[in-house]
Design a binder for this molecule. Structure first.
Ligand code: GRF
Length: 202
């Protein structure tokens, strides 16, 4: 299974996936890493000899034009699966339609709890005893697609957004690696999540 990973930041989840994919016998290969801004995580791709694609969001007039260019550059590698792992940018609907259901996202909360860009901060603010990590199929909403994997993570007294996020990330990485493995082996069949917009519109 060939995989494209899209990031915006440190790419610690990406690094875990690169390390897993480097293990002999892992059934998936990371073929390209893309970002919507100059991401520190590119260093991980370079360390593993994986090509990187930078498509700066701020250089485009509209989200759609950015999405078109991102799709053009990523599709050069014809990936079987696109993984959003710390991409802090909503994809335009056309791009979701083009890539889904072979398009998954990791989120640092127990969806459908706390969707959106501040899932960790929101869980902390809610004063609950546990939050979680989730891997979903991306749909046209924000963190609203079908859940492929999720696991609870405790919130501890004195937690800050950073300490809580650092406790969530290892769980997120493990879920992401296992989900990519399950997709590669066919244990998870993403075709089951195809929502043909055309059919729906008919
Ligand atoms: C991850 O928790 C991801 O789910 C969230 O932001 C974090 C990115 O971390 N969107 P990293 O860039 O993988 O270190």
């Amino acid at each position: 299974l060939t995989v494209a990973v899209l990031i915006s930041g440190t790419g610690s989840n990406l690094r875990a996936l690169l390390e897993a994919a480097a293990e002999p016998g892992f059934p998936a290969r990371i073929v390209v890493v893309g970002a919507d801004r100059q991401a520190d995580g590119f260093a991980h791709a370079e360390a593993f000899g994986v090509p990187t694609v930078l498509v700066p969001f701020r250089e485009f007039e509209t989200r759609e034009e950015w999405g078109d260019e991102l799709r053009r550059q990523i599709d050069v590698w014809t990936p079987d699966l696109v993984v959003l792992s710390g991409l802090m940018r909503l994809l335009p609907a056309e791009l979701v339609d083009a890539w889904a259901p072979a398009l998954i996202n990791t989120h640092p909360a127990y969806l459908p709890e706390f969707p959106g860009a501040h899932g960790v901060r929101d869980a902390l603010g809610a004063g609950i005893a546990e939050t979680g990590a989730s891997v979903i199929v991306v749909d046209s909403g924000v963190d609203s697609g079908p859940i492929l994997a999720q696991e609870r993570v405790p919130v501890l007294p004195g937690d800050t957004e950073h300490t809580l996020h650092e406790r969530i990330k290892p769980v997120e990485r493990r879920l992401l690696i296992e989900t990519v493995r399950a997709i590669a082996t066919g244990e998870i069949d993403l075709a089951a999540y195809r929502t043909d917009a055309g059919a729906a519109a008919a």
